[in-house]
Design a protein around this ligand. Structure first.
Ligand code: SAM
Ligand code: SF4
Length: 392
């Protein structure tokens, strides 16, 4: 679930809260905030992150009530009478999940990486990329700005595999952000010992974004030298057992992949219990060993989104920045109309954003965040979706 509309707690059973929204109820875990029956709360990704004073909640809900139902009508109209694969997938999304669309922020705090993935511009052996590390203070300030000024309720903290941020530093960053502002923190920091993820959970992180990249063990071994699919899957399963909400998925169109492989990738994402599916097209980077490989066409990515939706009617499916990069004009719209229901907005300070060059020409790299939010809200409104992670 992913409502940033305040809801009312109507039942508590241990850590499980039942929260009432306008005409439906959802469940969320209360471990991050102390709540009582009758409280108004914000919940994100299945976690209550904050209580809201009743008068404030009433005011926000009054505004939402007007908007939400108008948007829902638009969404229903656009999803009616499905014929094509994409329309059928969109209709399933509409029927199962309604019109709410998660909009998370992503803060890329370091472009240093000790790993050497063949597909990635941040790989260790790429000496041509300029690298940065945000200081702890910069990270805290950027996160606070995203939450307090821009209204994000969920933030991904992402980096290369950078041991400079050791466990103690990462834990300080997580708890430091939460001391300043309530937010669902999702870490995306790659291979680390499970004990580090346990320490970050203790510090208050509640989500992990970690793709398994490919379900083919041999391809995985070639693409990520020195590591194994088995270890990656064990880590993803391990963090889930720690209580994290897991966002996972794959890199579509990797050289050596196949249609059957895509089907297996979708199935594995579901088997891992992904709260959100994250898969994007592989975009070749000129300073990597895969520089000469082909870009997958937008149509194949939309097919994958639609098939994922039909196979997993209730999944949250992300429109990735890489998909938007394939078609900067229409990629996000088409992804949302082919069955996706989530987006991320880059909140990394612009001076660093350009250096986080996983692949060239990333969508949104030059945009200032408020204009990007405006553009996303406009897009979502035109499709009848309610942007439920960012303020109205
Ligand atoms: N280092 C962490 C990890 O690998 O899990 C997190 C950051 S990494 C940059 C995030 C994701 O970027 C990876 O999971 C991978 O799927 C994606 N990525 C890397 N290179 C890419 C490329 N050339 N095209 C599209 N996506 C890419
Ligand atoms: Fe490093 Fe992640 Fe890029 Fe691999 S995908 S090189 S781990 S940043």
């Amino acid at each position: 679930m992913c409502y940033a509309i305040p809801g009312k707690v109507v039942k508590l059973e241990g850590f499980a809260a039942t929260i009432e929204y306008f005409d439906e109820t959802k469940k969320a875990h209360t471990g991050l905030a102390s709540v009582a029956v009758g409280d108004y709360v914000y919940a994100q990704g299945g976690f209550v992150i904050q209580t809201v004073p009743e008068d404030e909640a009433m005011e926000i809900m009054a505004e939402w009530r007007r908007l939400f139902f108008r948007l829902r009508d638009t969404d229903r109209k656009l999803a009616a009478a499905p014929r094509t694969l994409y329309e059928r997938a969109n209709a399933v999304r509409q029927k199962k999940l309604g019109n709410s669309c998660c909009v998370h922020g992503i803060l890329e705090f370091s472009s240093h990486c000790a790993a050497n993935c063949l597909y990635c511009g941040l790989r260790r052996d790429n000496a041509a990329v300029s690298r940065y590390r945000m200081t702890e203070g910069e990270i805290l300030d950027a996160a606070e700005y995203a939450v307090k000024e821009l209204g994000f309720k969920a933030l991904v903290l992402q980096s290369g595999e950078d041991p400079w941020y050791d466990e103690a530093k990462l834990a300080r960053i997580v708890s430091g952000i939460l001391k300043r502002c309530p937010v669902l923190l999702i870490v995306s920091i790659g291979a680390r010992p499970l004990s580090t993820y346990a320490a970050l959970y203790k510090a208050g992180a509640r989500g992990v974004l970690m793709r398994f990249e490919t379900s083919d063990p041999a391809l995985y071994g070639r693409m990520k030298p020195g590591s194994s699919l088995e270890a990656r899957l064990e880590l993803i399963r391990g963090v889930r057992e720690l209580g994290y909400m897991v966002i996972t998925g794959f890199l579509a169109g990797l050289p050596g992949g196949s249609n059957r492989g895509t089907f297996r990738n979708i199935r594995l994402t579901a088997e891992l219990g992904a709260e959100m599916f994250s898969f994007g097209p592989f975009i070749p980077h000129p300073q990597t060993p895969l520089a000469a490989e082909k870009l997958p066409p937008l149509g194949s990515m939309l097919d994958t989104i639609a098939r994922t939706r039909l196979m997993n009617p209730e999944a949250n499916i992300l429109v990735t920045t890489a998909l938007e990069t394939l078609d900067k004009e229409n990629g996000a719209r088409e992804g949302l109309m082919a069955g996706a229901n989530s987006l991320m907005i880059n909140v990394t300070p612009v001076k660093y954003r350009r250096q986080y060059e996983i692949y060239p020409g990333r969508a949104g790299v030059e945009d200032d965040v408020p204009s990007r939010i405006q553009a996303v809200v406009k897009l979502l409104n035109s499709l009848g979706r309610a942007p439920t992670d960012i303020g109205l």
